[in-house]
Design a protein around this ligand. Structure first.
Ligand SMILES: Nc1ncnc2c1ncn2[C@@H]1O[C@H](COP(=O)(O)OP(=O)(O)O)[C@@H](O)[C@H]1O
Ligand SMILES: [Mg+2]
Length: 506
């Protein structure tokens, strides 16, 4: 079977605007009866490519073929004759004219004031085909953008366009209108038409397209069938690098009336933090946002009982425990997964099972004797939950990848069913796959009601996972911030602008 001959083909097309190479030797084929998406970052050249197809821009180099024939002169008139229409980002309607007048503008002579009967009939037929409910007699200037876009679509249909380029058609549509548009697009494809669909909404692209062309800086990265792409592969192609992993949905914030599990009230320690106040509630992921050396880890140490509190108070469920220590913290269900798995967390020459069991021997032992079978089964459960690869708990830790070592380290603490987990740089040095697992694990912990204190130098992680966060500057908590409303750049501005004393805690 031979491939269908393309309705439009571009060969080595380049386009420059002043100093900008908007398109660089792009090859492209548009097939009949396909929805063909263009994706790429802003400025990648999507609109330019669409406009070249529609004859709105002339090419600097390369050629364009329509139905297998060199197109020769190519301008909007010739493109329209070849059955190509574009619904541009900047709509091109005449606001003073009515909906129907705009739809038939240029293809029906002297529309005049009153819509001719046959045109009205054609208008209604087109509207029905598209599933639109537009009043033909309203001036277009009075319509919302989404409605105006429908007028543009009708206009393309009125010209019986075989190729319709839609440049970001959904950017001003509601979810319902977008779904309607997608139905319409599928209908157009069924009629054998080609739809070029430019969109930033990658889920929509995956839903509606047959093939996807990825552009980056004016260069075509690839054209591939939709089945070969995912959001990740598209983003990787658009950015030219691997996507920093996707984050799980942020847990719901804890109700105001929920009492804190842990409170620090003007806490100071010998390690240099002073007057630190914060609260942590069950089910919260509380981020500590600060630069390296700001005191984030030292606050964690105070919570975990590792550093002695010299002033202020720590309260657990409203009560101040006497002699706060690591032992007491662990007894209270507070554990800290330290930053460095090599020197603090794991015994590299022991197995995954042994490492996981180590911290909570009492949970796997009965009558003081370690039940090997119980230990094995609990360790295996955790290894499974953590998606450790390979899932063989008898392997030596030393032989695992960094990401899997980190998972074993987490497993070791999670076996104890903690109430509060402090994670200091939980993803440092682990690969993307392991990062994603760890993110989900953190979200799962919170969903189970465990409180999490999260420290990460990849601020993006805290901003995407935390339900609340504190900025930590110069050894103290400066502000409470809403991580969902903060960009990394704003955060860094806050952290850097404040007059820090470098190395105050070094
Ligand atoms: N009419 C124009 N004049 C000057 N530069 C333009 C023009 N159209 C596009 N460009 C430039 O060409 C590049 C590609 O733009 P465009 O095709 O609009 O990208 P996209 O639609 O992918 O966001 C950008 O750098 C843009 O600034
Ligand atoms: Mg554009």
């Amino acid at each position: 079977m031979t491939a269908p001959s393309p309705v439009v083909e571009l060969r080595g097309v380049s386009k420059r605007f002043g100093g900008t190479q908007a398109l660089d030797t792009v090859d492209l084929e548009l097939h009949p009866a396909e929805v063909h998406a263009f994706v790429g970052e802003n400025g990648a050249g999507k609109s330019t490519l669409g406009k070249i197809i529609a004859g709105l821009y002339a090419v600097d180099a390369g050629e364009l073929l329509a139905d297998g024939q060199p197109a020769g002169r190519w301008d909007p008139i010739h493109a329209q004759r070849a059955g190509i229409a574009m619904i541009a980002q900047e709509l091109s309607l005449v606001p003073q004219l009515t909906v129907a007048q705009n739809v038939f503008l240029g293809i029906e002579s002297s529309v005049g004031g009153v819509l001719r009967r046959d045109l009205r009939r054609r208008f209604l037929a087109l509207s029905e085909q598209a599933g639109f409910d537009l009043d033909p007699d309203v001036p277009v200037g009075e319509l919302r953008i989404a409605q105006q876009q429908k007028v543009e679509i009708l206009r393309a249909l009125a010209r019986d366009a075989r190729v319709i380029v839609m440049d970001e058609p959904t950017s001003s549509l509601t979810a319902h209108e977008t779904a309607q548009l997608h139905d319409l697009i599928r209908g157009l494809r069924e009629q054998g038409r080609t739809v070029v669909y430019v969109s930033h909404f990658l889920d929509a692209v995956l839903e509606v397209s047959d093939r996807i062309t990825i552009l980056r800086d004016g260069v075509k990265v690839r054209t591939a069938p939709v089945a070969q792409e995912t959001k990740q592969t598209m983003v990787a192609g658009m950015l030219g690098r691997e996507l920093s992993v996707t984050f799980p949905p942020r847990p719901a914030s804890t109700p105001n009336e929920t009492p804190p599990l842990l409170e620090l009230d003007m806490v100071s320690t010998a390690s240099g933090i002073s007057d630190v106040s914060l609260i942590v509630k069950p089910g919260e992921i509380v981020g500590l946002l600060g630069l390296v050396g700001s005191g984030r880890s030292e606050i964690a140490h105070a919570i975990a009982g590792a550093d002695r509190i010299t002033a202020g108070s720590l309260r657990l469920e409203g009560r101040e425990p006497a002699d706060w220590s690591v032992r007491r913290a662990i007894d209270a269900g507070i554990v800290m997964v330290p930053e460095s798995r090599h020197d603090q967390g794991l015994i590299l020459q022991r197995s995954v099972r042994e490492n996981i069991s180590l911290a909570f021997l009492d949970r796997v032992s009965r009558f003081g004797v370690i039940s090997r079978r119980r230990e094995r089964s609990r360790a295996q459960e955790l290894a499974d939950a953590l998606e450790m690869r390979p899932r063989r708990v008898e392997l030596e830790i030393a032989g695992l990848s960094g990401g899997n070592q980190q998972k074993a380290l987490l497993g070791k603490w999670l076996l104890g069913e903690p109430r509060l987990v402090i994670l200091d740089e939980p993803t440092r040095g682990v690969d993307i796959g392991a990062k994603a697992t760890i993110y989900h694990l953190i979200a799962d912990l919170a969903a189970r009601g465990v409180a999490v204190v999260l420290i990460s130098s990849e601020h993006e992680e805290v901003l995407n996972l935390a339900t609340r966060a504190y900025t930590v500057i110069d050894g103290t908590v400066r502000d409470e911030v809403d991580p969902s409303r903060l960009e990394v750049s704003d955060l860094l501005t806050q952290l850097f602008e404040t007059d820090t004393k470098p190395g105050a805690l070094a």
